[in-house]
Design a protein around this ligand. Structure first.
Ligand code: MN
Length: 144
């Protein structure tokens, strides 16, 4: 279980479809890092730099999972998650929170907003893949 999947972090079966992950992140450096990690794991990546753009993409493209920065300008990640969960078109998409400032109560607040998991930046790569393996479809067929 604690095995490292360095070359194939998601252990995707051959011939399956790539999981599609939407990253909503306003920090260019963090965005680049997360996108590179996801591509390395065989994911197809969609990106948005604002919550508003993220909501539009989520509705239009129905990704398998959303990584949501909580600290976003104008509309916060918390509010974006609440909106995703309130919309029947996007309610079933698992949302994983990303945060740079882990403050007391943040994780509870993120879960209350509807996040299935919570990751702090800088990302721990092993933890990152553990979480994604838990919430991404395993066989190319979405679990929802
Ligand atoms: Mn941010």
């Amino acid at each position: 279980m604690d095995q490292d999947h360095a070359d194939d972090p998601l252990s995707l079966p051959p011939g399956g479809t790539c999981p599609r992950v939407l990253v909503v992140e306003d920090n260019a450096i963090n965005l680049e890092l997360v996108v590179a990690l996801l591509k390395q794991g065989g994911c197809e990546v969609l990106v948005a730099e604002t919550a508003e753009a993220g909501l539009r993409l989520a509705r239009a493209d129905r990704p398998d999972l959303i990584l949501m920065d909580l600290q976003l300008p104008v509309m916060s990640g918390y509010e974006a998650v609440q909106r995703l969960k309130a919309d029947a078109a996007t309610a079933s998409i698992p949302v994983v929170a990303l945060t740079a400032q882990a403050m007391r109560g943040d994780e509870a607040r993120a879960r209350e907003a509807g996040c299935v998991a919570y990751l702090t930046k800088p990302l721990n790569t092993r933890l990152f893949w553990n979480v994604l393996r838990r919430f991404l479809p395993r066989d190319g067929v979405p679990s929802r």
